[in-house]
Design a protein around this ligand. Sequence first.
Ligand SMILES: C[S@@+](CC[C@H](N)C(=O)[O-])C[C@H]1O[C@@H](n2cnc3c(N)ncnc32)[C@H](O)[C@@H]1O
Ligand SMILES: [Zn+2]
Length: 202
Amino acid sequence: MPKDKKNKSKKKQKRYDHLTEMARITRLMKEMYERGQSDLCDVRDSEIHGRGVYAAQDIAEKTQIIEYLGEYVNKEDSNERAWDQAAKAEKSGEAAVYIFTLDKKWDIDGNVAWNDARLINHSCEPNCEAWIEGDEIFIYSIKPIKKGEELSFDYGFDVDCYEDHICKCGKDSCVGYIVSQEQWPELKKRILEKEELADQTA
Ligand SMILES: C[S@@+](CC[C@H](N)C(=O)[O-])C[C@H]1O[C@@H](n2cnc3c(N)ncnc32)[C@H](O)[C@@H]1O
Ligand SMILES: [Zn+2]
């Protein structure tokens, strides 16, 4: 084959390979988008914060609602990403860290557009919990949820940095900060101590 023709054919092959690869990636993305959606819920603006996830129909207790999708990252990378996300959040004022603990070695970074579950807000009276099944994370209802109710779970944040995370869940039982329910007694103690200190210095 003349050199000119050979080059043209190589170029054509390269272009076809590229388009085939793009089509494969598009199919995969579509698959992920579909997997990250659920007929049981949809995304809209939230009164708690930014966007939230709402029940699209009545949901019975212990129903698997939606998968928490993302990238599998080891602890080292995950720590780096968490700091990175927290720093970006601080700058933008839009605090959001999407790292979810999977096991001792791995986390899931849910900061991907096809993970609707990443938009579920925290509440002091949550109606959902995240349950780990093998190496996947699913959001389950822990009580019956009415159509239109916002989905929420306990973010389980540590009490040590409670002042950084004001809670706006609006529930009667709201403790004012996004802190793991397990640590509420400690939180209440620290809030009281702070108030007493403020009274003494006033
Ligand atoms: C993973 S995002 C949740 C989705 C978020 N609403 C959005 O639009 O991106 C987590 C962030 O949402 C906000 N958030 C979630 N629950 C909250 C609550 N109960 N009160 C105040 N802010 C909350 C906090 O800024 C938190 O860091
Ligand atoms: Zn609250």
